[in-house]
Design a protein around this ligand. Structure first.
Ligand code: IMP
Length: 494
């Protein structure tokens, strides 16, 4: 706890400590492993046969609309975690990590790749554009990053093909359609094909005969639909087959049954970070539908998107900026329009890492943060970009919603429901002094400490880490967070 002045019961479920988890009875599957198959109950099997604990796990999830700075926290956790597994989205995401002034933008490849001792996994919940993946791998190799033997892609991940982009462009620009403001990467149409049971998985991509048939059939169908609906030019199936069979050859060495890989890693006592993409309010079920992405960005997605059981998740870490941003269209209750919003955008360099689009900006929205806590089961919060508020003498924070003059805890199910929301603001004292690069909690100005304590009090989650600048070093780690997550203290890293 940052400040011990409040003792309110946590609103979010707080995870048990790792040691407690390790001594729990394993589960009801004990004694039935031989019936159900050794691989399925690998973790329980290993625990029963002499091991006392499986590896630790933590899910990293965006608590807002994405771009909260998840890349940096993944980077910090990989000091001691051995595996990073990405579970949703595709190359619509952009994780920026700055190490010793050198900037890396990762789109598909998990953040663990920047530590040579760490294994990185692209899980089955991800949609993968093989050309984008290979391009990212090539640029990492060129930067001297060890990729081969450290990076694995699920054989069950879905493949994005050029007709997915064609369908997305057509539908985004079609008259009468709701414009979502997507990243134009083919993400939505690829997930549509997955759910429609007509998608191509990575394992199928590597099967040359199947790939040819799939591309021929899919192109015939998609060309007809896109021509009829959007008057799009047809795509050449033969050209596509040659391009993607060549990409498949290059992708093959990375492909594994990653669910098995991850469950074995857990059974071997290795710790895993599940890396979320986008954020809670962009989740297909729980976000501001239809202005969302097409995957499960919330913590539940970590389970379905990688193939580890829900019982193996120890803790969920929610990432929030000290204020709020969103890219693309859709509701944003605490949005700042005009000069104030522009000022925050400039100070926070709020431009998309992938598309370069200017982000919309606004004040911290606590009702949404509480909602994100409830949906994800957040027990720790990481607050990023605190230093962007350094110039302010007063910081408005949205502490509640009113609809028709009445306070409500409910987040609307309909996008139009947000239009009725009136934000209730409370002005917090600003610190009006530099916090950039501060590395201890005690060194923060009193008003900044109070701002963080207020977030804790209002959400019930503990603030475990504060980011005071883009570099790996510009980070404050709270002692309890270090000990619960088994991290190295900053002093030990110097
Ligand atoms: P899509 O994921 O490209 O389909 O885009 C759907 C919505 O999610 C759009 O509003 C995008 O701007 C938004 N979006 C997708 N990925 C990200 C991200 O990584 N950060 C922030 N917004 C995103």
């Amino acid at each position: 706890m940052l400040e011990r002045t409040h003792q309110a019961l946590p609103i979010f479920p707080v995870s048990q400590s790792y040691s407690a988890a390790a001594t729990q009875p394993v589960c009801a599957t004990l004694g039935r492993a031989s019936v159900c198959g050794r691989a399925i109950f690998h973790v329980e099997y290993s625990l029963r046969n002499g091991r006392t604990s499986r590896g630790r796990t933590a899910v990293i999830v965006g608590a807002q609309w994405g771009d909260e700075g998840k890349g940096k926290i993944v980077d910090v956790l990989t000091q001691t975690f051995s595996v990073v597994a990405r579970y949703a989205g595709g190359h619509n995401a952009g994780h920026t990590v700055i190490i010793n002034g050198k900037k890396f933008i990762l789109q598909l490849v998990p953040g663990g790749i920047l530590r040579p001792e760490c294994t990185s996994v692209v899980g089955n919940g991800v949609v993968i554009d093989p050309l984008a993946f290979l391009k990212e791998v090539a640029s990492l190799r060129a930067a001297g990053v060890k990729v081969d033997g450290n990076l694995f892609v699920s054989n069950r991940a879905q493949v994005i093909l050029p007709y997915h982009r064609m369908m997305e462009l057509g539908s985004e620009n079609a008259p009468g359609r709701v414009k979502i403001g997507t990243t134009s990467r083919g993400i939505g149409p690829s997930y549509e094909d997955k759910m429609g049971r007509r998608g191509l998985r990575v394992a199928d991509l590597l099967d040359t005969a199947l790939l040819r048939t799939h591309i021929e059939n899919a192109c015939r169908e998609k060309n007809m639909i896109a021509h009829a609906l959007f008057n799009s030019d047809p795509l050449d199936a033969d050209k596509m087959f040659h391009e993607y069979s060549d990409a498949a050859r290059q992708l093959a060495p990375f492909v594994r049954d990653t669910a098995l890989l991850l469950n074995r890693a857990l059974a071997d006592g290795k710790s895993i970070v599940f890396e979320g993409a986008q954020g809670t309010m962009l989740d297909i079920d729980h976000g501001t539908y239809p202005f969302v992405t097409s995957s499960s960005a919330t913590s539940g997605g970590a389970v379905t998107g990688t193939g580890v059981p829900p019982t193996s998740i120890d803790t969920v870490i929610g990432i929030t900026k000290a204020y709020c941003t969103r890219v693309g269209s859709g509701p944003f209750p605490s949005e700042l329009l005009g000069a104030e919003g522009e000022d925050l955008r400039k100070r926070g360099s709020e431009f998309g890492a992938v598309t370069g689009r200017p982000r919309r900006t606004g004040w911290l929205d606590l009702p949404l943060l509480r909602y994100a806590g409830m949906i994800n089961g957040i027990s720790w919060l990481v607050v990023t970009k605190l230093d962007v508020l350094d110039h302010l003498t007063e910081i408005p924070v949205c502490v509640g919603y009113k609809v028709d003059g009445k306070e409500t805890d409910e987040v609307p199910a309909q996008a139009c429901g947000y239009e009725k929301i009136e934000c209730v603001y409370r002005n917090m004292p600003g610190w009006a002094s530099p916090t950039q690069a501060i590395r201890t909690f005690e060194a923060l100005p009193k008003a900044a400490r109070e701002y963080l304590a207020f977030i804790e009090k209002e959400t019930g989650a503990r603030v475990g880490m504060i980011s005071t600048g883009p570099d790996r070093e510009q980070t404050i780690l709270v002692d309890e967070f270090i000990s619960e997550l088994g991290l190295k203290s900053p002093a030990a890293q110097d």
